[in-house]
Ligand binder design. Sequence first.
Ligand code: ZN
Length: 154
Amino acid sequence: MSSSNTSFNELDDIYQDIILDHYRHPRNKAKMPDPDLVSRGFNPFCGDEVILMIKLSTENQINTISFTGQGCSISQASASILTELIKGKHIKETMEISNMFRNLVKGLSIGDEELDKLGELEALKGVSKFPVRIKCALLPWSTLEDAISTNKAS
Ligand code: ZN
């Protein structure tokens, strides 16, 4: 298998387990026929690619979401967790979560209540110690923001 995770030895084991589980068994990884929103993100520093596909409900909630792509464990685990976390949420709320996560991986302190909303994303907070990896963790979220910002019609 891959040996690309050796640089993450400083991360807590429990966090590493969550990341590797999502990397090896990604959730909602599939092409979606006829999505309402599509966006592709690419991180040239690491070669990570994430494509998000979203179907919205009439109330602008994330009805269905899936992703495809390839790259390091951080980027792909972040994408997998993203799809689980924001499914069913209003697009406004997904932007709030995106902002909170951005603060988390930048090493800013965030409250317990916010941490609660981030769920398994907390497992990625260790990347704040590895600046080059912050882009990997944020790639799916930047891609989501792009997808939503192209949906101004609503
Ligand atoms: Zn990466």
